[in-house]
Design a protein around this ligand. Structure first.
Ligand SMILES: C[S@@+](CC[C@H](N)C(=O)[O-])C[C@H]1O[C@@H](n2cnc3c(N)ncnc32)[C@H](O)[C@@H]1O
Length: 267
């Protein structure tokens, strides 16, 4: 159980850090997730844990609170139209001396970034491109770097791609897959909070900003999309989740296909 005042206090804290406002409907979920952290500290009372957290008794705990309150659901080749679109972009873009750069801007545990890398490797081989994955959650960034996943996360992946770019676990890794070393070495992961100044990661030909805007109110969405657009190269493509239309949020972008945008010339 979590009292209304503890819920408000902890969700205010989470909002300050992540920009995400958790509604009262999320109270049971918040209680369930934070109870685990409280128990790990030997505290039976969640309210006691939150009071002590807010009093600064648990240094370094905030990162775990944020990790446990973010929703990280993802899998390989989720919303496959974007990967088909990306393949089309690669076919119609001539290879240049500049690397083709793609950003997975809320990469969670990394499946999206590795799916992008598979498409790039299929079209360009292992040179001439870069993929960067960033996320708010430190735990997710660490998991992404490992590249080890339950096999069922690859349920929408073409068997030929799995065979070429992943290793099937055996023995104690039975039921898991490991993204092959060549791809793991080519995909970089780091922390970035989309509601704050972005780290210095350069400009991108394609940006995946998918299934993260749903957690923000309209003003928060605009703020994030505006910031992310500063990292899109002229003529580059921005992909949003199919449930997160950004066509009419008052920013200088133009929809060119379902959940695919370009910066408009008159921006
Ligand atoms: C549902 S996952 C989306 C993963 C992937 N893009 C996809 O479409 O499958 C949402 C991710 O957004 C991250 N996130 C939430 N707020 C964020 C913020 N302010 N900055 C960066 N990432 C954030 C969460 O940690 C989580 O990993």
């Amino acid at each position: 159980m979590i009292s209304a005042s503890s819920f408000d206090a902890v969700t205010d804290l989470f909002h300050d850090v992540s920009g995400i406002r958790l509604t009262p409907a999320k109270r049971p979920l918040v209680a369930g997730r934070l109870q685990k952290l409280a128990s790990a500290r030997g505290l039976a009372s969640l309210d006691d844990y939150i009071t002590r957290l807010l009093a600064g008794e648990f240094p370094d705990e905030l990162v775990h609170v944020v990790d446990s309150l973010t929703t990280n659901e993802t899998y390989f080749f989720r919303e496959p139209q974007h990967f088909t679109h990306l393949a089309g972009v690669l076919r119609s873009t001539s290879v240049s001396s500049e690397p083709f750069r793609v950003w997975s801007a809320a990469s969670s545990s990394g499946e999206e970034a590795y799916s992008i890398a598979m498409v790039l490797a299929e079209h360009r081989g292992l040179q001439g491109w870069e993929v960067i994955g960033t996320d708010l959650s430190t735990a997710m960034v660490a998991r992404a770097r490992q590249g080890l996943y339950p096999l069922e996360r690859a349920r929408d992946t073409a068997p030929a791609l799995l065979k070429r770019w992943c290793l099937k676990g055996q023995g104690r890794y039975d039921g898991q897959l490991l993204v092959c070393k060549e791809l793991r070495e080519r995909v970089r992961f780091g922390n970035a909070n989309l509601t704050r100044d972005l780290p210095d990661i350069g400009q991108f030909d394609v940006i995946f900003l998918r299934n993260v805007l749903i957690y923000f109110d309209p003003a928060g969405k605009v703020d994030i999309v505006r910031r992310v657009l500063t990292r899109l190269k002229p003529g580059g493509f921005l992909y949003s989740g199919h449930a997160e239309s950004i066509a009419h949020i008052g920013l200088p972008i133009q929809s060119v296909a379902s959940a695919v945008y370009v910066a408009s010339a008159h921006g």
